[in-house]
Unconditional design. Structure first.
Length: 725
């Protein structure tokens, strides 16, 4: 039980209102392994609550006694304990009531301590994505990729990382990581390994130094042995193995004891640390180091060892990342189709990856009854209306809600038997209507799977019952060995002309058609109602929904999207008991997130909460729960957003010194002059040595940051170097 969690748990047991317990927990600094005692010293507001609020004091006092205890019996899902004798000779066992797995009653560290071997076997979905991509490439192009023998110096692959275009790349696709990569400009696998290890709580503070040193900044260490060990990471302790090697080579501490020291530092075990420190200083003395220098080095070890990452772990992950980037660089359609296949159960991920496909110039078309298979499929047909980068991705039928794999297998089997389906009636004549039932066909119609057979979706839905009856009758005749009514070509032609027609009903309004499509696909594919507002949302949103979790806790942001799933609640506790609040889903082109509107805000803006309304939310990012939330402060209608949001924003532009030219400066001035307004413009020049020089453009060139202005600036300096804050 950690500091924040124990406050919430104790508060719940003591019936402290949820909002109060949450507020108290958030006062604990977000520092790795911080204790309540340390938090009170570091955070004045927490100390004030402890001293002045009896309820808060009671929660914290009880929390101190519970802190550090196991909250519940949990299982390390991929951990396997191995021994050369029956395990119950060494450790007590029990059967997990949920999974029926045999589990040790000792915790992981104790299992290590008694000498048992604990191995972690990681089952990664990414490995399946890689293999699926390789299989797709072979089936589509006849090319067999040996993924273990790709060129690890391939500049085209490193360009994927350096440009930040890492959506779908294992371990490297978050917004924060993309920013790191664009600054780092990795050109070797070792850079990826270091980035993987650094992008974590703790070492994150060293990222700036690492990048500067990578690009030429000088660095030094107290001893040549340290330089030798830390050469690959520019003098920064990044990996556990580096810390262990320094302890071993400088302090004569055996590697096994060095590993024990790392664990002791991370768990703040003072006795073990003190004992190892004595041995380290003695070893350093024998290497000619003064006690003062040895103390300084050990202080560095204590600081870094608490969060040093296992290099072998980071290395394997980075190799997998490189393999996925290779597939994305050379076989983008097959790679993205595989990603979509393995994420088909997560509508937000699918929406995010479809957005990435569109950015890459790849079209993702709705499911088609004659072309789609179970999974997302790559189609290479130049004559197709839907064209991407020399091909397109077709939605898989199994991704349609309400359509099971058994039904899809039946559709594919019928298609292989008779060839293409020509109409809804022809389809119903040739599939097993017990498996491909009315609900399945309705879902396929809503998804647009029959669009290429002629007729609107409304006509298909209205004529479905007739088509199924005719199809069932035809199948019964065949089963009975009778010559059906349609077996004579002449009669079949005449009957089809007079009877097998779709009803003459009006097409659904576009809003209804798109809503039903989203109902069964989890997202809009044919057209997204947000598309016509895409520029406005992109320009005036601080973040999109996929970026919320990237170290943005507590930040006030603007985010545009469409209101979905509104839930009104009457509050039961607190000063606003009896008043209404709301929780709603905001969807943008990258995904969706939950927005909480407390009663004070609801009283002012609640009337704007209608499903499918497109607007902006101004609010604070809350990352204290499993999924990110936004605490709403204001709603702004999409039509008024540019003027209202721009009035409180400034423009930040970053330009590399090497990219500064007279033409670029002239173009920048001209764009500003053509969009005069009140928002200040700040330009930061990044010198070759890494120093950043910031200046404000004169007030005469303050701007009105319209969509057109922002687009022109992004084209001039690059979207990653332009920000509307």
């Amino acid at each position: 039980m950690k500091a924040r969690g124990v406050i919430r748990d104790v508060g719940r047991v003591l019936d402290l209102p949820l909002a109060e317990a949450d507020k108290l927990a958030k006062l604990v600094p977000a520092t790795l392994n911080i204790t309540l005692e340390e938090a009170i010293v570091q955070e004045p507001d927490l100390k004030a609550a402890y001293e002045n609020n009896p309820a808060a004091r009671n929660v914290i006092e009880i929390g101190k006694r519970l802190e550090g205890l196991a909250r519940h019996a949990s299982v390390h899902a991929c951990g396997v304990v191995i021994a050369d004798e029956p395990l119950d000779n060494f450790v007590p066992l029990y059967r997990d009531p949920k999974s029926s797995d045999i589990v040790t009653q000792f915790e992981g560290p104790l299992v290590d301590k008694i000498g048992l071997l604990k191995m972690d076997f990681l089952g990664l979905r990414t490995l399946s994505v890689i293999q699926h991509t390789i299989d797709l490439v072979e089936s589509t192009h006849g090319v067999k990729i040996d993924i273990e023998k790709i060129d690890l110096l391939d500049p085209k692959v490193f360009e994927i990382f350096a440009s930040g275009n890492t959506k779908g790349i294992f371990q490297f696709e978050s917004g924060g990581m993309q920013d790191l990569l664009m600054r780092l400009k990795p050109d070797r696998v070792e850079d990826l390994i270091a980035a993987n290890a650094l992008y974590r709580p703790g070492p994150m503070a060293l990222i700036g130094d690492f990048i500067d040193r990578k690009h030429g900044a000088k660095w030094d260490v107290p001893h040549p042995i340290m330089r030798e060990v830390l050469e690959e990471t520019f003098g920064i302790m990044v990996y556990q193995e580096q810390v262990m090697r320094i302890c071993n080579r400088l302090g004569d501490i055996p590697l096994r004891q060095a590993y024990t020291l790392i664990k002791a530092i991370s768990k703040k075990q003072a006795a073990t640390i003190g004992k190892q420190k004595e041995q380290f200083i003695k070893g350093c003395s024998e290497k000619g180091l003064s006690k003062h220098n040895a103390d300084e080095i050990f202080e560095l070890i204590e600081r870094f060892a608490g969060y040093g990452f296992n290099k072998s772990h980071a290395t394997r992950y980075s190799f997998i990342a490189f393999q996925t980037a290779y597939l994305k660089a050379y076989w983008p359609l097959e790679f993205m189709a595989s990603l979509l296949t393995y994420e088909k159960g997560d509508a937000d991920k699918v929406a995010d990856y479809i957005g990435e496909c569109r950015r890459m110039g790849i079209d993702v078309a709705p499911p088609d009854i004659n072309e789609s298979f179970i999974d997302f499929t790559v189609i290479y047909q130049q004559q197709h209306e839907h064209k991407g980068a020399s091909g397109m991705i077709r939605f898989g039928l199994a991704a349609v809600k309400g359509v099971g794999e058994k039904a899809v297998e039946q559709v594919i089997a019928a298609r292989e038997n008779i060839g293409q389906f020509h109409s809804l009636f022809h389809f119903c004549e040739n599939v097993d209507l017990r498996l491909v039932n009315k609900q399945v066909i309705e879902s396929l119609i809503k998804a647009g799977a029959f669009d290429n057979l002629g007729g609107s979706r409304a006509q298909m839905m209205a004529g479905l019952e007739t088509a199924m009856k005719a199809g069932s009758s035809m199948q019964n005749d065949r089963a009975n060995g009778q010559m059906g009514l349609f077996e004579s070509p002449e009669i079949k032609k005449d009957y089809a002309k007079d009877h097998l027609k779709l009803p003459d009903v009006p097409a659904w309004p576009e809003t209804q058609m798109l809503a039903l499509e989203k109902e069964v696909l989890g997202l809009y594919v044919t057209k997204n109602p947000l598309s016509e507002h895409a520029d406005t949302i992109s320009v005036y949103s601080t973040l999109n929904t996929s970026q919320l979790k990237d170290d943005n806790s507590g930040k006030t942001i603007y985010i545009g999207g469409m209101v979905q799933k509104v839930r009104s609640i009457v509050t039961k506790n607190g000063r606003n008991a009896g008043s209404k609040m709301a929780v709603f889903t905001l969807t943008d082109l990258q995904g969706s997130c939950e927005v909480v509107m407390w009663s004070d805000c609801f009283a002012v803006f609640g009337g704007m909460l209608t499903v499918d309304r497109i607007l902006f939310v101004k609010g604070r990012v809350d990352l204290t729960r499993e999924t990110p939330q936004i605490i709403c402060e204001e709603l702004i209608d999409i039509e008024h957003a540019p003027a209202k949001i721009a009035a409180n924003r400034r423009i930040d532009i970053l330009i590399e010194e090497a990219a500064v030219t007279k033409d670029k400066i002239s173009s920048l001035k001209n764009i500003c002059a053509a969009h005069r307004g009140r928002s200040p413009v700040y330009i930061t020049i990044k010198t070759v040595s890494g120093v950043k020089v910031k200046t404000m453009v004169g007030k005469s060139l303050a701007v009105n940051p319209t969509t057109d202005f922002c687009r022109q600036m992004e084209n001039l300096v690059g979207s990653q170097n332009f920000q509307l804050r």
